[in-house]
Ligand binder design. Structure first.
Ligand code: C5P
Length: 219
């Protein structure tokens, strides 16, 4: 089923964490594995799409040789890479767990262990998906939300604020959902619809997400 259903479409997917350098040997990062994004890339490729996968540091590997993998490190690099392709994509799926803040300055040398306290000033990183939303012309944009409170409200707020067509909510309250797990439990929202799914493998979740995207493209 679903083979060739994305034939002729170009899908861009962001995945993994970003690493924000503190000095030449240290960074601020997070525990994102990149699994959800890599599963989405594999499934989109299986359906015949041209797939551009832009991933932060992740140990995931790809089976499909046709996926165009671009490895980046920081949020800034991810933003720049996304916009090399943005005009030519049909579908954009932002599954990356982008760092929200990065050190204002990267120390040129390794920071020495001297004082008892060390302060590192952080500044906001660019919001990649929000920027995609602002520049949207024809692209169908999908975002993810990982919330711990007022989840549905916050997810729907992001749908509006980032000018998305669809948002996938994974709840941290559900056992086995989100981040490092092999499984995920999601709810999908568009401006007018809501659909809840059971806990399943990230490969199966990728199928559900792309089925939903395809159903929206037909509208
Ligand atoms: O605002 P929040 O980080 O909760 O939004 C999550 C969604 O936005 C995810 O789809 C994530 O990939 C995307 N995002 C992004 N760039 C950021 C922060 C989040 O693309 N700097």
């Amino acid at each position: 089923t679903h083979s060739g259903t994305l034939e002729g479409k170009t899908v861009l997917i962001t995945a993994g964490p970003t690493y924000e350098a503190i000095d030449p040997v240290r960074f601020i990062g997070n525990h994102s594995s990149g699994k959800m994004g890599f599963s989405l890339a594999e499934e989109a490729a299986r359906r015949g799409a041209r797939v551009i996968l832009i991933s932060g540091p992740s140990s995931q590997t790809l089976h499909n040789q046709n996926i165009e993998l671009h490895k980046v490190t920081s949020a800034k690099e991810m933003l720049a890479k996304v916009f090399e392709f943005y005009d030519r994509i049909d579908i954009g799926i932002a599954s990356a767990a982008v760092a929200d803040y990065a050190p204002k300055e990267v120390a040129k040398e390794k920071i020495k262990k001297n004082d008892d306290n060390l302060t590192i000033e952080l500044v906001k990183t660019p919001d990649i998906l929000k920027t995609m939303g602002e520049k949207k012309t024809h692209q169908f944009l999908v975002g993810f939300a990982l919330e711990t409170q007022n989840e549905e409200e916050n997810a729907k707020g992001k749908l509006e604020k980032k000018n998305l067509d669809m948002i996938v909510l994974n709840s941290l309250r559900d056992e086995g959902a989100g981040f490092k797990n092999d499984t995920n439990k999601i709810k999908i929202f568009t401006k007018t619809e809501k659909k809840e799914f059971d806990l399943k493998s990230k490969d199966s979740v990728a199928k559900d997400i792309l089925n939903f995207v395809e159903s929206q493209l037909l509208k």
